[in-house]
Ligand binder design. Structure first.
Ligand code: ADP
Length: 312
């Protein structure tokens, strides 16, 4: 079983020609309310790909909460441990301009009430978990408690380091696989750090791997958007410590939630026993397909879609 512990948000998206400056009002040209939140997205991605998934979270007793529960449950995810809160459901207020550039403000709402006590209340499912998947849209003590529970159960603990925050050493020690985009990887490595491109020499990436390992993280998946991803594995046999995963070429129309699709797909393949690099190769296809349709959760592919693409 895959247990995802974390956030559910209603994405309130308004489209406009140009993002407003502070103090300015501009006309929008469309508005949508969609299910989102990194953890809900991860759970839906994994569920669509055939994973047995439980989501642990909190929503308000409001229309956004009901919409989220129905979207997540519709992907076959067990939502029995998504608690009802007296706080409103979390929201992300998103503005997107004509070039696809965006601004996002998140209000945690019910997500902010998810606590270590909720993790303790999920002990039964966590005990049977093969993979525990986490992100940083809920409070750090909650993330830490879930990582500890997953670790104690012998599960692989996945952490998507997003939205970026400094993580305590104790948490780094409990994480089996860290998932970062290039921006988060650079922030993790410290002031002034940057990460090489997808076309860089393996030696440059090996130096990055070394720096993650020094910080207690032995397996890292760095996603590079349309350029694919890189697997940094300090536990791999010699010659396999750095593996480049080529991008899957698609006509992307909406990359929102691609990282969450990637994480959910990695969770499914690791739970099925794949090696890390094989899981990343599968996830790369699943995440690319997710960008070919508008929307986030509604755009996530099923296993048959991924397999069809792999046979091409
Ligand atoms: P995030 O959404 O977290 O910033 P990325 O932009 O790195 O993460 O995207 C995550 C993964 O989604 C990439 O590693 C890649 O597999 C896939 N992906 C994203 N954008 C594209 C694209 N334009 N073409 C193909 N694959 C993409």
């Amino acid at each position: 079983r895959i247990v995802v512990v974390g956030s559910l948000n209603a994405d309130l998206t308004i489209y406009c020609e140009r993002l407003p400056q502070p103090g300015e009002t501009v006309h929008g040209n469309g508005f949508a309310v969609n299910p989102g939140g990194k953890s809900a997205n991860q759970a839906v991605a994994a569920g669509r790909l055939g994973g047995r998934v439980s989501l642990v979270g909190a929503v308000g007793d409001d229309p956004n909460g009901h919409m989220l529960l129905s979207s997540v449950a519709g992907a076959g995810v067990d939502v029995g441990l998504v608690r009802s809160s007296s706080e409103p459901t979390g929201v992300a207020v998103i503005s997107v301009d004509a070039a696809g550039e965006n601004n996002i403000i998140i209000s945690a709402g019910a997500n902010g009430t998810l606590s270590p006590a909720d993790v303790a209340g999920a002990a039964d499912v966590l005990d049977g978990a093969a993979v525990v998947s986490l992100c940083l849209e809920v409070a750090m003590p909650t993330v830490l408690a879930a990582a500890q529970a997953g670790h104690d159960a012998g599960a692989k603990v996945l952490l998507n380091l997003s939205p970026y925050a400094h993580i305590p050493r104790e948490l780094a020690g409990l994480v089996d696989v860290l998932l970062v985009n290039a921006h988060e990887a650079a922030l993790f490595l410290g002031p002034g750090a940057s990460v090489p491109g997808a076309d860089a020499h393996a030696a440059q990436w090996d130096a990055v791997r070394e720096r993650f390992a020094e910080r207690g993280i032995r397996q890292v998946l760095v996603t590079l958007g349309a350029h694919g991803s890189v697997v940094l594995d300090s536990d791999a046999p010699a010659g396999r410590a750095v593996v480049f995963v080529a991008p899957t070429k698609v006509d992307a129309v909406d990359t929102t939630g691609a990282g969450d699709a990637f994480t959910g797909a990695v969770a499914v393949r690791l739970a099925a026993g794949d090696a890390l690099a094989d899981a990343a190769a599968f996830a790369s296809v699943a995440a690319a397909l997710a960008t070919t349709r508008k929307g986030t959760q509604a755009a996530y592919p099923e296993t048959a879609d991924v397999e069809r693409r792999l046979r091409k």
